[in-house]
Design a protein around this ligand. Sequence first.
Ligand SMILES: NC(=O)c1ccc[n+]([C@@H]2O[C@H](COP(=O)([O-])OP(=O)(O)OC[C@H]3O[C@@H](n4cnc5c(N)ncnc54)[C@H](OP(=O)(O)O)[C@@H]3O)[C@@H](O)[C@H]2O)c1
Length: 274
Amino acid sequence: MPRSKAVGKHVVLIGAGRMGSAMAAGWLRDPASAGIASLDLVEPNPAESVARLAARKSVRLNPKPSIADVVVLAVKPQQIAATAPAIAPWTGPETLIVSILAGVTISRLSELLGVSRIVRAMPNTPGSIGAGVTAFSLSSACSDAESAIAVQFLQPLGRVIGPLDERKMDAVTAVSGSGPAYVFLLTEALAAAGRSMGLDSETAEALAVETVVGGGKLLAEGGAPSDLRKAVTSPGGTTAAALDVLMGQGGLPELMRRAVEAATKRGAELSRDS
Ligand SMILES: NC(=O)c1ccc[n+]([C@@H]2O[C@H](COP(=O)([O-])OP(=O)(O)OC[C@H]3O[C@@H](n4cnc5c(N)ncnc54)[C@H](OP(=O)(O)O)[C@@H]3O)[C@@H](O)[C@H]2O)c1
């Protein structure tokens, strides 16, 4: 099949766990616009939802391997070395690899799989419900057409950003890959602060959770975060009193910079060891 052809690809997904099955379900909502003619799912312990996907026309579960146009990798990073021999029969010289394995570099994938066209993507947890953000990098052998294919295949996880220089991927991991945990911590801390001001646990948690969800929805409608913040901050008011604490010396901006720096360094160490 010509490399630039936008439709009719033979695609295999290796690892139909949380993220893999979210991608497959997205592709199968409209296989033609995802450019899929046939989809093979390789998964040792398929969940019921995966078995249901495999009941559809042009989808097979754990079939005999044949060379694919696109191989999407969604096993755990620590499973890739052991899985590599089983991936080899799915790949030929023209095969495009799209990997969402956190911290596994393009050169490591190339070494393990013996292929040159590789997309390294970094999604995040909300991707499992289609509300994530995924950044990606390309190996030098990839064309613009392959970049477009990567976007098409990653879109079910949410917004797609790239291609980026692979050297930025540790920072991406530190901001958006680990970022949902920072938001969850912020929610926990807000609820705990509410309890310390005399609210009961249930009320404090509901107020904190709905505030973060609602704030997220306002952000999703557009507008710069700093403009939204200023819009709810009256001079001399309650929000201003809180922000004086949060934005003072050693406050949230400084803490966040240090946290993201620590995550970026750790990402680089883990990629080196993978
Ligand atoms: N979840 C996130 O928020 C997130 C965020 C960023 C990046 N990622 C990346 O996404 C990838 C998948 O994560 P996940 O959360 O979806 O993990 P997961 O739910 O554990 O999915 C991985 C799946 O691969 C299967 N598998 C194991 N060995 C296999 C083999 N040889 N052939 C085919 N399938 C095999 C696993 O089966 P068993 O369970 O039986 O081993 C499991 O169902 C990871 O590499 C991770 O780094 C995830």
